[in-house]
Design a protein around this ligand. Sequence first.
Ligand code: FMN
Length: 264
Amino acid sequence: MAKPKVFVIYYSTYMHVRKLAESVKEGLEKTSKVDVEMFQFPETLSDEILGMMHAPSKPKDVPEITVDKLPEADGYMFGFPTRFGNAPAQVKALFDATGGLWMSGALYGKPAGLFFSTGSQHGGQETTAMTFLPNLVHHGMIYVPIGFKNPNLADNSEVIGGSAWGAGTVAGSDGGRIPTEKELNIAEMQGEEFACFVAKLAPKGAAADAAQDAAVPVAAGAAPADDAAVPTAEDQKDSGAQPEPAPGSKKEKKHRVRDKCIIV
Ligand SMILES: Cc1cc2nc3c(=O)[nH]c(=O)nc-3n(C[C@H](O)[C@H](O)[C@H](O)COP(=O)(O)O)c2cc1C
């Protein structure tokens, strides 16, 4: 049986978020409930600026995400470092290119989780989540936080990144701190929890749903078999109401996306 698909999509300059992303992926895969693919947000800074930031070159083993690829997933784990308490411009650049997906409702009703890195302990992991939420909300996506289920989030004996909003690490002002076992454990558990959530929401996955939709053609003007109360095109004409747009027409596709109940 087809499994739902989760994309882990990260941006990382100094690889702290990359390390968290690996733990998130492990957690997702551990459940065997979802298929997982990892991507990077495309870089937008010039090599000159990256050189001045002493940024290492990006790993070649993870492809860059594209706008066209995004709708293939049933759920998304987005990871990124804080930039002045916000998501980095690289992440925003990708979202700013998703107007077409917004128009078609391609991401509507799909869940998303977030994870982070900050330089300092109080550098804004939670504000980074909060300030990113409008991107999800405007797409009609479902934000899935982690609450305090993981006991490491209530452990005050040492510096531990992350919060109820998502896993996190504290990179240090010079980037010298590496994600700790406890931080990675939170990230792994976030992956596990998210996989369970996605599997409940889209048990067969979006690809299977799309194939099923395509296999059931609806005759022009016919009322859906399972809902006799819905008026046909004839009824609507008699009552003076606007007729349904012809199946397959541009108007009908738009109408269908808006009317279809995706979250069951
Ligand atoms: C332009 C810029 C702005 C930053 N703003 C913050 C900030 O507001 N708070 C903070 O704690 N760290 C801040 N940092 C530090 C980064 O968050 C840190 O380098 C990052 O978490 C490391 O993750 P990475 O290794 O995945 O790139 C900033 C870094 C840069 C380059």
